[in-house]
Every structure is written in structure tokens, then in C-alpha cells.
Design a protein around this ligand. Structure first.
Ligand code: HEM
Ligand SMILES: *[C@@H]1O[C@H](CO)[C@@H](O)[C@H](O)[C@H]1NC(C)=O
Ligand SMILES: *[C@@H]1O[C@H](CO)[C@@H](O)[C@H](O)[C@H]1NC(C)=O
Length: 521
């Protein structure tokens, strides 16, 4: 019987000899390619919209761009080539006009695309990844009261302690050991440790030791977790065996983070059960969160998911915001001098500047941060949404139901008719200018706007303002590849290179994110 099967197989193989097989495959592939081409050119509802020919044929192009980490550069370039709307996949368009982006993001009509499935935690939708508008609004109602400025100010003690004060004690102890009174820092690393310490303290309720021990273990775990989610979003196949084996290293790092998160929740419950005081932090917020309408709390998995989620959404973003703001101030000494002057003329040397202080007295420093986040938008890629029934008309093009609309922050932040001299770093455009602020989309806009924006502002602005108050900054002597007089094609100081996976990150931080720090004169 077995032999008979083998014989049959052999005769089939002989019958369809190799050359025929190859020919068949070629015919099928050729047929498919012609079908795709004909569809893209003559039938696709997107055929009148500008864009690259290859993008119309296959999603592979977009996938390769994603994997290369060059989605920011690519969307900037293609915005310049094709304008406000262009095709980026057989069923996807990229939009860059702030008016269109705000319209798309305004309501729940345009839901998040399946791309966000890669960011689910414990198999459920979290605030960031929710495609279902009901889940998203429930989470916003439950957590809203804890992400507002009033609750942020109750958490400010920790934000300062693990943010700027943590940085200062690290830098001051290094300065104390330096004979020249100057130290060189890697601000990419230091800001990563500080923002991670701050969020860990708030989300896990434990004393973090990143800065104290100059230890990036926890930061590496968060990085690994983001890598896993990024891979799962860009290449869902890697969720499954045997491909999942390739990601084992990151998975095991991620599991340690999850374990840490679970332990911290258990520890907080024990503390409360023993009659301990309720601290004001994010962990407590997740435990207490309740929908004001239906009184629904979050269940066990949602609490765990939220605590992991703020670690992932709140560290790289905030740290990179600080890195770009610092980088830009180092490239523009005259603007830095103005910021330093504002800070030092408003506050005594021994005063720790708070977020309220910044908002009240430091409009220029605030404008420097806005402008850094505009020119170098931290979520520099695109945010994908799906067109609802009825479609939408954008820039005169009808976009039918089911088309993916990808909002481009890289495009909107250099949009030609929105910003004068878009490539220039010019903080003054944000001074007393409501129009600039309404076109500022780095924290997104509409119903899915960043929940953590006030927290991020509190961290970034207090770190930057106090750093400018307490230290004199300069570029190292051997830092010659970039600087105020190293200009790019547009005539402005050249920016360090970046890569984008979860956030727009310096590509060579150890080379590019160096500066010399001395105690203020
Ligand atoms: C400078 C720092 C930050 C920037 C630029 C930023 C930017 C963004 C953007 C653009 C979105 C929308 C993403 C999308 O639609 O796919 C978003 C969503 C979100 N961010 Fe942030 N973020 C920052 C910091 C934070 C922090 C510190 C937290 C929390 C502690 C946080 C928590 C969230 C959450 C929960 C969402 C999902 C909101 C929703 O979909 O309803 N972010 N953020
Ligand atoms: C590339 O990433 C974007 C999000 O940045 C996503 O919307 C898109 O679907 C991805 N492309 C592919 C082919 O997976
Ligand atoms: C942590 O908690 C989640 C959600 O409750 C659970 O699914 C997971 O198995 C736990 N993981 C560990 C390592 O304890």
C-alpha cells in the first residue's frame, strides 16, 4: 500500500516535471501581477490619487519601509513629492494636511486599523490599541480623572523626585568627582533612565533605581516589550510558532516586566489591605478607576494591561521629546541663551521649577518644547484609521468605506501652507499663538488624543527648565559632525539621524547625544 503511494507520487512528479512546475508558477504569478496592475491603474478607487506605482500594487513596500524604521523620512519625502494626499498601499492613503487629519481624528467614526492588534496586551484591547470605540471611550471615562492636571499635580512630587532631581544628583555627583568642573553626558541614556524611573514609580509604586545605579536593565525590558509589539504589528506571523522562536530573547525580557508589574499590583493590594495609606499615583488610579456613568471598574486583566501600557506609551515618547528638545537647543545657541535667560531671571538658583511655574512664567521655554515636538514629532510615523461607511472626500478625492487613511505627523508638522519656513526651528511661532497650537498634532487630536500629554508635559518641561537653570551646556570639543554651523540642504543646522519604530529615536545616540555640562556660572 505504502509502496503504491510512493509510486503514484513519483509518477505525478514525473508527469509534472520541474520545468512545467516552474512554468505554471510563472504563469500564475504573472497573471496575478497583471491583475494587480490592471486593478491599480484602471479600477482602484484610489487610482486618481498621486503616489508611487509600487505602493498601488503591493502592501509589501509599506511593510519594508516599516521594518526599515524609515517611515518618518519616507513620509516627509513623499509629502514633498505628492502633497496633501497620496497612495501608500493598494488600499491605503497618507494624509498630511492638518485640517484633514483633525477631521479624521475628531470622532470615533474612523476606527483604528488592525495594525493596533499587535499592541494588545494579555490578549485584550488596551487604551492605545482599542479598535472598538466602546472600549476606547470606556477607558477614557475610567481614567480621565487621573490623567488631568489636578491629579498630575498630586503626582508631581514623584515626577520631580525621579525626573529632574534624580538627574541632578547623578550629574552633581559626577561633577564633584571631575577635576575640570565639567562632565560629558549622554543625554539619550540619562533621559531614558529618568523618564523610566518616573513612570515606574507612578505605575508600579516602587522606588526605581535606574538613575541611582546608572542601570538600564528596566529600560531594556521596556525596549524589548516595544520591539515585540512592533514586530507583532508589522509582521503578525511572528506571533505564531515556529516564527515566535525568533523573538524569544525579547519575549523573555518582556515576561520579566510583566512579572514585575503583577508583583507590584499584588504588593499594593496587600499594603491597602493592611490599612496602608492610598498614594496618589497611576497604579492607584488603575485600581480605583471607575466609569462615572455605569460605575464599571477595570477588571484584573485591564488593570495589568494599563500598567504595562503606560510603561510602553510613556517612556520612549517622553525621553525622546527631551532628547530632540535638547538637541535643537544645542544647535541654536542664541535660542538657548534666550531660554536660559528666561529661566534664570524668573527663578532663584535654589528653586525647583514646577510644571505650574513653567506654564505661568516660562512661555519661551514652553515654546521651545512645542517647536521641538513640531519639527521632530516623536510619534513621527503615521497613525492608521479605517474609513467608515459612506466614505469621505479629502482634497477633492472620494475615499470609499474600508480604505485605510494614515495620518502623517511628519507631513503635517512641515505642512507648507500651515507653517512659515517649516524646516526652521523657530520657537517664537508658538508664543501666544492659538493657531499654531491648534495645528500642533504631536499628541494627536480628537477622541483618541494622547491621554498622557499633561504628564508628559510635566516631566519634559520641569527637566528641561531646571537643567537650563542649573547648568551651563556646551558641545564637546570633538563634536564637529553636527552643530550650529553644520547646515543641511535647506540651510538650517543639520539634525541628527533618527529611526522610527515606536517613537522617533536618535539613530546614533552615543555619537550624537553628547553634551558638556558645567555648574552654572
Ligand atoms: C512627549 C510624549 C508623548 C507623545 C508625543 C505622545 C503621543 C501620543 C500620540 C500621537 C498618541 C495617539 C497614537 C495613535 O493614535 O496611534 C498617543 C496616545 C496615547 N498616549 Fe501618548 N504620548 C506621549 C506621552 C505619553 C505618556 C507619558 C503616557 C502615559 C503615561 C501616554 C499615554 C498614551 C495613551 C494611553 C494613549 C492612547 C489614547 C487613546 O487612544 O485613547 N503618552 N500618545
Ligand atoms: C506600516 O505601519 C503603519 C503604521 O505606522 C501601518 O498603518 C501599516 O499598516 C503598516 N504597513 C503594513 C503593510 O503592515
Ligand atoms: C500577570 O497578570 C496577567 C493578567 O492578569 C496574567 O495573564 C499573567 O499570566 C500574569 N503573569 C505573570 C508572569 O505573573
Amino acid at each position: 500500500m505504502f509502496l503504491f503511494q510512493l509510486n503514484a507520487l513519483e509518477s505525478i512528479l514525473v508527469y509534472f516535471n520541474w520545468s512545467i512546475t516552474v512554468r505554471l508558477v510563472a504563469i500564475i504569478a504573472g497573471g496575478y501581477a497583471s491583475y494587480r496592475t490592471a486593478h491599480a491603474l484602471f479600477f482602484s478607487p484610489l487610482r486618481h490619487i498621486p503616489g508611487s506605482f509600487l505602493a498601488r500594487l503591493t502592501p509589501l513596500r509599506s511593510q519594508l519601509i516599516n521594518i526599515s524604521g524609515r517611515v518618518g523620512q519616507m513620509t516627509k519625502k513623499e509629502y514633498s513629492m505628492y502633497g496633501d494626499i497620496y497612495v501608500m498601499g493598494p488600499n491605503a492613503v497618507v494624509i498630511s494636511n492638518p485640517v484633514d487629519i483633525k477631521a479624521v481624528l475628531a470622532s470615533h467614526a474612523f476606527v483604528k486599523s488592525d495594525f493596533y492588534m499587535g499592541f494588545d496586551t494579555f490578549g485584550i484591547e488596551n487604551t492605545v490599541s482599542a479598535r472598538n470605540p466602546k472600549v476606547a471611550s470606556m477607558r477614557k471615562r475610567q481614567l480621565g480623572p487621573y490623567f488631568n492636571p489636578a491629579y498630575i499635580s498630586r503626582m508631581e512630587h514623584d515626577i520631580l523626585r525621579y525626573g529632574i532631581l534624580g538627574l541632578k544628583s547623578k550629574w552633581d555627583s559626577e561633577l564633584a568627582q571631575s577635576s575640570s568642573g565639567r562632565i560629558e553626558i549622554d543625554y539619550s541614556r540619562d533621559f531614558t533612565l529618568a523618564t523610566l524611573d518616573s513612570i515606574s514609580a507612578l505605575a508600579f509604586g516602587i522606588e526605581p533605581r535606574g538613575l541611582k545605579d546608572n542601570d538600564a536593565t528596566a529600560a531594556d525590558r521596556v525596549e524589548a516589550a516595544l520591539t515585540i509589539h512592533g514586530i507583532h504589528a508589522m509582521m503578525p506571523l511572528f506571533k505564531f510558532f515556529p516564527f515566535s522562536l525568533a523573538t524569544w530573547h525579547w519575549e523573555s525580557q518582556y515576561r520579566k516586566l510583566i512579572h514585575h508589574c503583577n508583583e507590584s499590583i499584588a504588593a499594593r493590594r496587600k499594603h491597602l489591605a493592611e490599612g496602608g495609606k492610598k498614594p496618589a499615583d497611576l497604579l492607584q488610579a488603575f485600581l480605583d478607576a471607575q466609569d462615572p456613568e455605569s460605575k464599571t471598574p477595570m477588571d484584573e486583566r485591564q488593570i495589568h494591561a494599563s500598567s504595562i501600557e503606560v510603561m510602553l506609551a510613556g517612556t520612549g515618547t517622553t525621553s525622546n521629546a527631551l532628547q530632540w528638545a535638547t538637541h535643537l537647543l544645542m544647535l541654536h545657541p542664541e535660542l538657548r541663551a534666550r531660554a536660559v535667560d528666561e529661566v534664570r531671571s524668573n527663578f532663584a538658583a535654589d528653586h525647583v521649577i514646577t510644571y505650574v511655574d513653567v506654564k505661568k512664567s516660562l512661555p519661551f521655554v514652553e515654546a521651545c518644547i512645542y517647536e521641538a515636538l513640531r519639527l521632530c514629532p516623536v510619534p513621527g510615523g503615521i497613525v492608521p484609521r479605517v474609513t467608515p461607511p459612506g466614505g469621505i472626500t479629502l482634497q477633492g478625492h472620494f475615499i470609499p468605506e474600508g480604505t485605510e487613511v494614515w495620518a502623517s505627523y511628519s507631513g503635517s508638522s512641515i505642512h507648507k501652507s500651515t507653517w512659515d519656513e517649516p524646516l526652521k526651528y523657530d520657537p517664537t511661532r508658538f508664543l501666544d499663538n492659538d493657531k499654531s497650537r491648534s495645528n500642533f498634532l504631536t499628541f494627536s487630536s480628537g477622541v483618541r488624543i494622547c491621554s498622557g500629554r499633561h504628564l508628559a508635559w510635566a516631566e519634559v518641561s520641569t527637566i528641561l527648565a531646571n537643567m537650563l537653570k542649573d547648568y551651563d551646556l556646551s558641545l564637546p570639543d570633538d563634536y564637529t559632525h553636527l552643530g550650529p554651523s553644520v547646515l543641511d540642504d535647506s540651510g538650517y543646522p543639520k539634525l541628527m539621524e533618527s529611526v522610527i519604530y515606536a517613537a522617533s529615536t536618535p539613530a546614533h545616540p552615543q555619537r550624537d547625544c553628547r553634551l558638556v555640562l558645567a555648574r552654572r556660572m
